[in-house]
Write a protein that binds this ligand. Structure first.
Ligand SMILES: Cc1cc2nc3c(=O)[nH]c(=O)nc-3n(C[C@H](O)[C@H](O)[C@H](O)COP(=O)(O)OP(=O)(O)OC[C@H]3O[C@@H](n4cnc5c(N)ncnc54)[C@H](O)[C@@H]3O)c2cc1C
Length: 489
């Protein structure tokens, strides 16, 4: 479901103003009032940020969580990315747990679409076919990759931060980092109330886009692999008044007819895939994924907003006419957050690379796991050092702005891994304060033990320490994963 910029739709009416080179205005120097000080300051209330704040709050730290929008959950809620990627390995073992699993549990069965635990890892062809069209089977294996109701996920996330004594402030956009030398000491935000400073000995950048570490002068990567879905943008949307059972039966049982309809759609420039949700009357669209736009350019972001909604309107017309189950559909909503898969990635003390993952995927300072992209990949251990900047002190980066190369990042940016990284960052922050050591000197055994105590998983099973098929066809496999061209997501 990929679309190139040239065919993404018109950008007429979008102001792309280019100032003459060297044109600046001088702003007067000013004193900025301090809004507050705390032990651990988390910027960004997405999966990583909420897990970081909850983890630190539960350990007794004074935590502030700052979010620019009107809800928590980030892309998982406001971006409508309510299909949570795999939390099980290819054998059906749970490899991501902790706060993320707790959030899913709290959503409850009515707000969750996914297979029962006894089916995780099943390769039974009937089960795999049933769950494949419900985005919970990949390569003929059933996985725990549930789809949630994003509004319920907002509610349970709000509950969890309140219960964890986190001071949450919404409607605040962080615009600058406060630094002394190489030490980050806080941030400055803009809001309806004005411009304020927040100070803390530990700041955790969970903006997804690395806003804070970029403002603080950290080195970052922003390269991407243009052939993959990695750097593609779109604003997701949902159709209501759909009969998803009918649609899913059509897709599963009349595959030839379904392929024919989708081919006709593609010929008309409609590159959409309808995902199921917990509710039979609602379809979710996480496409079309648009290439050639930057998540850090406001004109590009605006163009994506226009093009995505045009795609929803054109898609609705086609689906109503041609796709069983969509005859009486309407546009239920469009996401309040633009869908950014990638912007900036920290240059951290350890940069996770696809080569290391293929070769072994193990790290002594593991703080969480990521299931192998294909059965040939080992389960990856996510190193704590990939959250620690190479040169800055007082800051961690968790979530999709971690330190990784583009191909490893394609899997590490998924919601389960962002929850896991956030939880680890929150625990590490408290440990560094309790032990009065720098973030880079945190006791790794202590960090791992605390994460395990609170239900997170940091160790992979013994037999996941090596490739299952060292002579396998890894490149070809990789090209077919969900994170690349033939993608659901
Ligand atoms: C279209 C699309 C489909 C996807 N599909 C899947 C999928 O099926 N399964 C899956 O698991 N993952 C999927 N992903 C990936 C996943 O949604 C994200 O990578 C994940 O949500 C990242 O979590 P995060 O906490 O790092 O960042 P985000 O979810 O982006 O959260 C960052 C938060 O920080 C806030 N913020 C940002 N900058 C500032 C600032 N300067 N000041 C204050 N607040 C700020 C934002 O408002 C946001 O709430 C998809 C992504 C996209 C875009």
């Amino acid at each position: 479901m990929l679309v190139d910029r040239a065919s993404a739709g018109t950008t007429d009416g979008i102001a792309v103003m280019k100032a003459p080179p060297g044109a600046y205005v001088e702003e007067p120097a000013r004193s900025t009032p301090v809004y507050g000080s705390c032990d651990v300051l988390v910027i960004g209330g997405g999966p990583a940020g909420t897990a970081a704040a909850v983890a630190a709050g539960r350990l007794g730290a004074d935590v502030m969580l700052i979010e620019r929008y009107n809800h928590l959950g980030g892309l998982a809620t406001g971006g409508l990315v309510s299909w949570i990627d795999r939390m099980t390995d290819w054998d059906g073992n749970l490899v991501v747990a902790g706060i993320g699993a707790e959030l899913i549990d709290r959503c409850g069965p009515d707000a969750t679409l996914g297979p029962d635990p006894d089916l995780w890892g099943s390769t039974d062809p009937v089960q795999a076919a049933y769950w494949r069209v419900r985005t919970a089977a990949l390569r003929d294996t059933v996985h725990w990759s549930p789809t949630l109701d994003p509004e319920v996920l907002k509610l349970v996330t709000h509950d969890l931060v309140r219960e964890s004594n986190v001071h949450t402030i919404m409607h605040c956009w962080v615009v600058a980092a406060i630094t002394t030398g190489t030490r980050v000491e806080g941030v400055i935000f803009e809001s309806k109330q004005g411009r304020y400073a927040l100070t803390a000995p530990v700041v955790i950048d969970c903006t997804g886009d690395g806003d804070v570490f970029a403002q603080a002068g950290a080195a970052f990567d922003d390269d991407f692999d243009s052939e993959t879905a990695h750097a593609r943008l779109n604003t997701s949307f949902r159709f209501g008044n759909v009969d998803m059972r009918r649609y899913l039966d059509f897709r599963m049982l009349q595959q030839g007819e379904y392929a024919e309809v989708m081919k006709r759609a593609a010929e008309q420039g409609i590159k959409l895939l309808a995902h199921p949700t917990p509710y039979d009357s609602i379809a979710l669209f996480l496409s079309p994924k648009m290439a050639g736009y930057s998540a850090l350019d406001v004109a590009d972001l605006t163009a994506v907003e226009f093009a995505s909604r045009d795609a929803a309107r054109e898609g609705l017309e086609f689906f109503r006419e041609s796709v069983p189950g969509f005859e009486r559909a309407w546009i239920l909503d469009t996401a309040s957050q633009v869908g950014t898969r990638h912007a900036r990635r920290l240059v951290g003390r350890e940069r996770i690379t696809i080569d290391h993952w293929l070769a072994d995927g193990g790290y002594a300072d593991s703080i969480g796991l990521c299931p192998g992209m294909t059965p040939s990949f080992p389960t990856l251990e996510i190193p704590y050092r990939s959250l620690v900047p190479e040169h800055l002190d007082g800051l961690l980066a968790a979530g999709r702005n971690l330190s990784a190369d583009t191909r490893a990042h394609a899997a590490l940016r998924e919601i389960p891994e962002c929850w896991a990284m956030g939880e680890a960052a929150g625990v590490a922050a408290v440990q560094s304060l309790d032990d009065a050591v720098d973030l880079r000197a945190v006791d790794i055994a202590g960090l791992q033990a605390q994460l395990a105590r609170q239900g997170a998983i940091v160790d992979r099973p013994q037999d996941h320490r090596k490739l299952r098929d060292p002579a396998g066809i890894l490149e070809a496999e990789l090209a077919g994963t969900i994170h690349h061209q033939r993608s659901f997501e």
